[in-house]
Design a protein around this ligand. Structure first.
Ligand SMILES: [Zn+2]
Ligand SMILES: [Zn+2]
Length: 140
């Protein structure tokens, strides 16, 4: 169980009930679009508007609590900031799967950016393709 209150405070944000709820919902699902987050959070807070949720998410992205995961050709999804990992993104259903980053990959990125004298702050690797269940659905 993640302590969202501490997480938010350490990131310089007030730990409001709405924010901890958003983080809780995103954590359970892994990766969610704004609309999906809104659907879930509005079950708990029916008075919250989509715009308010959006504003809160953008703020948490700016503070590094939440990370935006761009999905080619679709709306982005959001996840909690976690250890470096690779995304397998399905272009059919938009499903995003986390894969741990191998040490080799870390080394490769560090070497590459060192060579360019580029100070690496964050990185995100998204591999796009078709997930196994969508492959089955296409085949049948
Ligand atoms: Zn799929
Ligand atoms: Zn992820």
């Amino acid at each position: 169980m993640i302590d969202y209150v501490t997480l938010l405070k350490e990131s310089g944000l007030k730990a409001t009930f709405q924010r901890t709820n958003i983080l809780d919902v995103v954590e359970k699902s892994g990766h969610m679009s704004i609309e999906a987050i809104y659907d879930e959070v509005s079950k708990i807070h029916p008075s919250l508007s989509l715009a308010t949720i959006y504003k809160n998410i953008i703020l948490m992205v700016e503070k590094g609590v939440v990370v935006e995961v761009p999905i080619a050709g679709k709306k982005p999804k959001y996840e909690l900031a976690k250890m470096n990992h690779i995304h397998l993104v399905c272009t059919e259903c938009g499903d995003v799967e986390d894969k741990p980053c191998a040490e080799d990959t870390d080394k490769l990125f560090n070497e590459l950016t060192d060579k360019e004298n580029f100070k690496l702050n964050m990185r995100q690797v998204n591999l796009y393709g078709v997930c196994s269940s969508c492959q089955e659905a296409i085949a049948s």
